[in-house]
Design a protein around this ligand. Structure first.
Ligand code: SAM
Length: 210
């Protein structure tokens, strides 16, 4: 099955993981949040557009405490600093088998990365830099679904392509080796199945080695 929009990726993951707790950072009008089927949902947005959403920034939310979430969708402030902080802080709100999704990680060209950079108002911000940064984390593995604007899916696993040095975060450097930075994969349910299955197999191998 092709995955074309965020709610499809989120719902597919929730389904195969049998996830029960979902967190969305940056909810806006609820295009994704309201379409997500999960037992418990928490939404965070400083400008909520409907009831039931926590009226606060993610930075404020990360100072609170909560039971771990099974799936976290990060789609709030798209600056490098805040999206990087969101990914880092989200790691304290998950368990070993949780997944974190980051939206807007694959800007087509530099105009999408600049606030007010386009006449059509489309803006992905600098979330792609957060993915480049994650390549230096030995405990994170990720793929990016090749859907419009890109959706990176992160899991806790040994990083197979660990980067030893701080990268050059310029858009030119990113665009030169987009596939390398994002680990781009076709945006399908089969891709997600494989990414989840690989983690399960890795865990089984570790257990059988003991
Ligand atoms: C791109 S929209 C979210 C779209 C939504 N996730 C969807 O899929 O339909 C970004 C939202 O992030 C919110 N936002 C901006 N800064 C934020 C922050 N620091 N923490 C949480 N949300 C933030 C904005 O108010 C806006 O509603």
């Amino acid at each position: 099955m092709d995955i074309k929009i965020p709610e499809q990726a989120v719902n597919y993951l929730i389904n195969i993981l049998k996830a029960e707790r979902y967190l969305e950072i940056g909810v806006a009008s609820g295009g994704t949040y309201l379409a997500v089927n999960c037992k418990e949902k928490v939404g965070v947005d400083p400008h909520p557009q409907f009831e039931g959403i926590l009226k606060m920034t993610s930075q404020e939310f990360w100072k609170t405490s909560s039971e771990p979430f099974d799936v976290i969708f990060i789609d709030g402030d798209h600056s490098f600093g805040v999206s990087q902080g969101d990914l880092l802080n989200a790691l304290n709100f998950i368990h070993a088998k949780s997944y974190i999704l980051l939206h807007d990680t694959n800007p087509e060209d530099v105009t999408y990365t600049i606030s007010g950079g386009r006449a059509d108002g489309l803006y992905t911000g600098e979330v792609y830099k957060t993915v480049m940064w994650a390549k230096q984390n030995p405990a994170l593995d990720y793929i990016t679904l090749d859907m419009p604007f890109g959706m990176t899916v992160v899991k806790l696993a040994k990083n197979p392509n660990l980067l030893k040095e701080e990268p050059d975060y310029s858009f030119d450097n990113f665009a030169k080796e987009r596939d390398f930075w994002l680990n781009l994969k076709s945006s399908t349910s089969e891709t997600l199945d494989k990414f989840v299955k690989d983690q399960k197999e890795e865990k089984c191998k570790k257990i059988s080695k003991r």
